[in-house]
Design a protein around this ligand. Structure first.
Ligand code: ZN
Length: 298
């Protein structure tokens, strides 16, 4: 994990994002103290403060999952017996529904942040999977976050805006606001603005007026004090396409002029800006895009 810190330093980054476990599995090994200490000391040596490091949740997590929590009796084929709770732990984990597993995962992930000395944790709010109302889904997401807050202190959960693709929650700023309204400890909730997602959701970030309008709208609906980070991605799809398809900076429909405005926007000062752009064989590594973005700053 500490190698991610060195890599961020090597490519000239001043902030970075990372996954704290495998992105596609519910289970993961616990983090040993030695690795956590090594991560913290490397951050210190490389000059990265925790407010510029934004870990990202695994894609499996869905705090808005509509499936009800049913613990089904577990049939053991060898003994032909039906066991009721308490089950041995591995059995529980395969019976629990996505909501409960997501909630447990969030607790575990915030615990990892604590262990690593990190203070921010980015999540995709969730999806109603077409099965429940937006309001109901928002309530579930907020419940999950409130629960995780009650289990792990200090770490701020950062909600990422979405592209309005399918049943995902968070494409409209009003939905982010509504989640925040349900959070008990508002000092530990924030938002990360993803430029590709915002563009796909209908905010035209290709020029100065569009960037200003998006931030004004965000300030009015959510409140600029909740803005904790920006994800910098160009968009493969046109404005309002609702598709979550990231493109390299300057090569999509947002384009360089849009990113010039984003990079020079004073309301984005002092927060981490993180690239999530696709691999590009023409680029050496992220240093190419980082250099390009710095060159846009006036
Ligand atoms: Zn993002």
């Amino acid at each position: 994990m500490w190698k991610a810190v060195l890599e961020a330093k090597r490519v000239g980054a001043r902030a970075f994002g990372m996954f704290l476990r495998s992105q596609r599995s519910w289970n993961s090994k616990s983090l040993d103290d030695e690795a956590a200490e090594k991560f913290q000391s490397t951050c210190q040596e490389c000059g990265f403060e925790s407010c510029y490091i934004l870990p990202h949740s695994p894609y499996l997590m869905n705090l808005g999952s509509p499936k009800e929590g049913t613990l089904l009796p577990f049939l053991l084929s060898d003994s032909k017996s039906v066991y009721f709770p308490p089950y041995p732990l591995p059995f529980i984990s395969c019976c629990l529904d996505v909501f409960l597993k997501s909630r447990a995962m969030l607790v575990e992930e915030l615990g990892r942040c604590k262990q690593l000395g990190l203070t921010l944790y980015n999540i995709h709010p969730g999806s109603r999977v077409g099965a429940i109302s937006v309001t109901e889904c928002i309530k579930r997401i907020a419940d999950g976050i409130n629960y995780a807050h009650s289990q792990v202190p200090d770490v701020t959960v950062v909600l990422e805006n979405m592209s309005c693709q399918g049943s995902t929650i968070g494409g409209h700023f009003e939905e982010l606001r509504e989640i925040i309204d349900h959070i008990t400890d508002k000092s530990r909730i924030g938002v990360c603005l993803d430029t590709c997602h915002a563009f796909a959701a209908g905010h035209n970030l290709a020029d100065e007026a569009g960037v200003k309008l998006m931030i004004d709208t965000f300030s009015k609906i959510v409140g600029i004090s909740y803005l904790k980070a920006v994800h910098l991605n160009d968009s493969k799809g046109e404005v309002g396409c609702h598709l979550d398809r990231h493109e390299n900076i300057g090569q999509g429909y947002i384009g360089l002029e849009g990113f010039r405005q984003v990079m020079n926007e004073p309301r984005f000062d002092g927060i981490p800006m993180i690239l999530e752009t696709p691999y590009n064989p023409d680029f050496e590594d992220y240093s190419t895009e980082i250099g390009l973005l710095y060159s846009l700053c006036s």
